[in-house]
Design a protein around this ligand. Structure first.
Ligand code: PRX
Length: 660
């Protein structure tokens, strides 16, 4: 509770500065309240208005929201459009083809500018090449690529021809990639020979080969390989194709495939509290609409702005705020291949300086680690760079502690840039609760108020509203256009995970705890209420890590919990019972390293436990249930104050508490 209490006690308020409000899309609380009122008085009319304003429709919609099959909602269903047309062609047609769409900076610092016309040409060529290989509307294509222009091109090329992409983060293992290829039923895979991160070449193609060899994905006919490093790769004739070769002779003209507003734009896997990751299915119009609208409202993007979102395209933030939102509104954005600490920990600040970035969007974890680095070395401190172009800062992915907020505000924002602390999720498609840079008085650590049209609330276990000041469960009371439409192939899971009967079956359950301030009604997020961990802004299911551990032949039983961590927000702690006697000393260290690497191979390095403790058993009730709350206390090194009378084996607590 200590972190939460420090957030709740936060009393500093930062009113919007005059220059942030002047000319802002939402220029003050009156303007915000007017939009909220518009949405409340005519919900469908509000969404229809912005859908007409923000998107170019091939065929206009006549219906707005259909709730007849709730909770399977549809929006603008009889309208037709193409996401790639909205992101590219319409800007070129408006005479903006020579504007920069992407300023790409490679790991080694090489910079490449890509105009809207270039991007459209590249997307069209790949779209034609995919069509030639037989990829068609409704097919699923998995993308396993590094941060690259090609990554964005691949996503846009898929949606241009009506194929649905599923991007798998380049840090996931072959097993994770295999599971996603199988679950989504991919017909093609787009990958790279290697990826460059922090001066090192890391394999991708060989991992993809292993994933395909693991079976179940025989539907994958083509493996398209972007040559990033020229490193040696194994080649399967008849299946593997070089990207540069297949696009070489393709035309740069490709008529977009017009699809229904509800056509699946993408499927992105994310961890839940049970079972394997869920394929979160997003619709074309709703998700594109909200990505574009929030670029205007949350980031106040205007012509001349240079936007930089540091997320990876493998996560939802990289979908909505790299591949779609910035392009949909015709913005110029920086796309970065590398890592914040290479060749030095001032890389972000140096790049903001070099590219004259005006709006910068990153994760609290990155901020916290860069605070440490700049305290240790003044040369990499933000103050050693010219950051005077910045006008808005953003954060996403996890709660930001007030200390990190203040540091970001003072040192990166020079005390002049509003910080938009955006709360949202893979499932929500875009921002949900966030300050508006020209309107909302900021309170460090609070994501403040819902965007207009988003009916967020805090309720108790029965779905009843709780009074402000009292913590509860964060829900959204009405469907909104960018919400997920389904869990791919598992409608039952969609219903039970997100619209549980306990809450009445109608409220969208976010999976987070929250509290609203007594006076302002501001929301503060208190973290997940389910068995999902948030490590460096990455979502990890404890069950997934437990399954990975028990699949190791040495392991009899494992339980995983989270522990607060200064840098990563949360850290993974695993309690493990081996089939052999409990190891001690060097043997324990060595087995812990082996198991850590095992999890890295099973899921990906992000899931490696920071701390592994061995016991002869786990704390269980007499009915055999693992008492996770005790494990959480042990992980934190807290004294056990809970009632342990139902525990079958209380002595185990001492063993697990000591065993570090
Ligand atoms: O717990 C919340 C946390 O991240 C979860 C969503 O993770 P994911 O689907 O991977 O999407 C991350 C990027 C949108 C949420 O359930 N979270 C996200 N943003 C915030 C946050 N927690 C606190 N404050 C935020 N701004």
């Amino acid at each position: 509770m200590s972190a939460i209490e420090s957030v709740l006690q936060e009393k500093r308020v930062f009113p919007p500065q005059a220059k942030a409000s002047a000319g802002a899309a939402i220029s003050g609380m009156e303007a915000y309240k007017a939009l909220v009122a518009e949405a409340e008085s005519d919900y469908e009319g509000f969404w229809a208005r912005i859908a007409r304003e923000m998107l170019s429709w091939h065929k206009p919609f006549s219906k707005v929201l259909d709730e007849s099959k709730a909770p399977f909602y549809t929006w603008f269903e009889d309208g037709e459009l193409n996401a790639s047309y909205n992101c590219l062609d319409r800007h070129v047609e408006a005479g903006r083809g020579n504007d920069n769409a992407i300023i790409f900076e490679a790991d080694d610092g090489t910079v490449t500018n890509v105009t809207y016309q270039d991007l459209l040409d590249r997307v069209s060529r790949l779209a034609n090449a995919l069509k030639k290989r037989g990829v068609k509307k409704g097919d699923r294509v998995v993308i396993y690529l590094p941060m690259s222009v090609e990554g964005v091109v691949a996503m846009q090329a898929c949606v241009r021809i009506g194929a649905t992409h599923s991007v798998v983060f380049g840090g996931f293992s072959s097993k994770s990639l295999n599971e996603r290829l199988v679950d989504v039923g991919a017909v093609a895979l787009i990958t790279a020979d290697e990826q460059m991160r922090g001066g090192k070449a890391l394999p991708l193609k060989s991992i993809a080969d292993d994933a395909l060899a693991a079976g179940g994905c025989e539907k994958v006919k083509d493996v398209i390989v972007y040559q990033r490093t020229g490193g040696k790769v194994a080649w399967t004739e008849g299946r593997d194709l070089w990207l540069h070769e297949i696009v070489e002779n393709e035309s740069n003209q490709c008529e977009p495939e017009w699809v229904s507003a509800e056509h699946p734009l993408f499927i992105l896997y994310t961890s839940g509290s049970t079972g394997k990751p869920k394929g979160v299915q997003h619709s074309t119009a709703g998700t594109l609409l909200w990505a574009a609208q929030t670029m205007k409202w949350t980031f106040d993007m205007k012509p001349g702005d240079i936007f930089w979102c540091t997320a990876d395209i493998g996560w939802i933030t990289g979908h909505s705020y790299i591949a779609y939102g910035p392009l949909a509104i015709g913005a110029t954005q920086v796309v970065f291949e590398g890592v914040p600490t290479f060749p030095h920990a001032g890389r972000f600040w140096e790049m903001i300086d070099r590219h004259k970035v005006t709006i910068f969007y990153t994760a609290p974890t990155a901020i916290r680690s860069l605070i440490k680095a700049s305290e240790a070395d003044a040369k990499v401190h933000p103050k050693s760079f010219d950051l005077s172009t910045l006008r808005i800062l953003g954060t996403v992915g996890e709660p930001i502690n007030p200390e990190a907020w203040m540091w970001y505000h003072e040192n990166v924002g020079r005390g002049q840039c509003p910080i938009v602390d955006t709360w949202w999720q893979t499932e929500t498609g875009g921002h949900m609760i966030t300050p508006l840079p020209g309107a909302t008085p900021l309170v460090p650590g609070s994501c403040t108020l819902p965007l207009p049209g988003i009916m967020a609330a805090v309720v108790d276990e029965t779905g009843q509203d709780v009074p402000n000041g009292q913590g509860g469960i964060l829900v959204v009371k009405r469907p909104w256009p960018s919400m997920l439409r389904n869990v791919w192939g598992d409608p039952k899971r969609y219903q039970t995970s997100y619209f549980p009967e306990e809450l009445g079956g109608k409220l969208y359950l976010a999976g987070d705890g929250a509290v609203r301030d007594k006076e302002t009604g501001y929301f503060t997020i208190m973290g997940r209420i389910d068995d999902v961990l948030n490590v460096s802004g990455h979502r990890l299911g404890t069950m997934e890590i437990e399954s990975a551990l028990v699949s190791n032949p040495m392991v009899a039983e494992a339980a995983v919990v989270g522990r607060p961590d200064d840098t990563t927000g949360e850290a993974v702690v695993a309690f493990v019972v081996l089939k052999r006697a409990r190891p001690e000393g060097d043997e324990a260290k060595q087995i812990a390293t082996e198991l850590r690497n095992w999890v890295g191979k099973e899921i990906g390095p992000i899931a490696k436990p920071k701390d592994i403790r061995f016991g002869e058993n786990l704390p269980k009730t007499r009915s055999g249930k693992i008492m996770r709350r005790l494990l959480r206390s042990l992980a934190k090194g807290e004294e056990i104050t809970q009632d342990v009378s139902t525990l079958e084996n209380p002595a185990i607590l001492d063993q697990l508490g000591e065993a570090r």
